[in-house]
Ligand binder design. Structure first.
Ligand code: PGA
Length: 249
């Protein structure tokens, strides 16, 4: 089955290093049926446009401003990244929520701005370890979905990927069990069904992220009802990432 494989560079690699990465990725993913996306630092977008445009690889940013344009020193708009060929942006990554105090309300605003500008969005949701230990993970993720999707229309969901990323699994080497991942994916579909329709719940793209690597990706990406993966650390190794992108799932 075709899957969506998303790489999240975070604040890693220099623009000058990205050129050879992009060239290798473009070559090694040729012919894959999977959707391959790399979300890179803004400084890499121009190179991404130059090298990846003719390839199967789509690219995007890891964040955008919720504002359209104007006096917002240091911010980058949806329109700016689109102009550089980006088709995606991640929104609401747990690192932005934790380190840059992004709330569900702000995430919701950013999603609306991205969609209004014709970008596709990877929306991150996921619970802390404490929330999971308190058996509140399901309720927490449900509420996150309700809040970040407020005012988003069903016909916009084609441009939405929900990434379930338990915070305790991001960058820690700890992976949620396939059973817990599957349960959460089912819950996400159910909540989309409640918010929109049965069809929407069935069709929404849901991926898992959190410490996916070369030794565990097959087991995770093959979980029933999962559409793919959001990969941080392991995407920096272009050979390994290309192998994950080329796999026949
Ligand atoms: P990780 O990061 O694969 O390094 O855990 C995932 C993410 O942050 O999207």
């Amino acid at each position: 089955m075709e899957k969506i494989i998303i790489g999240n560079f975070k604040m890693n690699t220099k623009p000058s290093e990205f050129k050879s990465y992009a060239m290798t990725l473009a070559t090694k993913t040729k012919g894959t049926k999977n959707d391959v996306i790399v979300c890179v630092p803004y400084t890499h977008l121009e190179t991404a446009k130059e090298i990846l445009t003719e390839s199967v690889v789509e690219f995007g940013a890891q964040n955008i401003s919720e504002e359209i344009k104007g006096a917002f020193t240091g911010e980058i708009s949806a329109e700016m990244i689109k102009d550089l060929g980006a088709t995606y942006t991640i929104i609401g990554h747990s690192e932005r929520r934790a380190k840059f105090r992004e709330t569900d309300r702000l995430v919701n605003k950013k999603i609306k701005t991205a969609l209004a500008n014709g970008l596709k969005v990877v929306i991150c949701v996921g619970e802390t370890l404490q929330t999971r230990q308190n058996k509140q993970a399901s309720a927490f993720v449900k509420k996150q979905l309700d809040d970040v999707l407020k005012g988003i229309y069903e016909n916009e969901l084609d441009s939405v990927v929900i990434a379930y990323e338990p915070i305790w699994a991001v960058g820690t080497g700890k992976v949620a069990t396939p059973k817990d991942i599957q349960k959460m994916v089912e819950l996400i579909r159910k909540e989309i069904e409640n918010l929109y329709s049965e069809k929407a719940g069935k069709n929404i793209n849901v991926v898992y992220g959190g410490s996916i690597n070369l030794s565990n990706y097959k087991k995770i990406i093959s979980i029933d009802q999962i559409n793919g993966a959001l990969i941080g650390g392991a995407c920096l190794d272009v050979d390994g990432f290309s192998a994950i992108c080329r796999e026949n799932y």
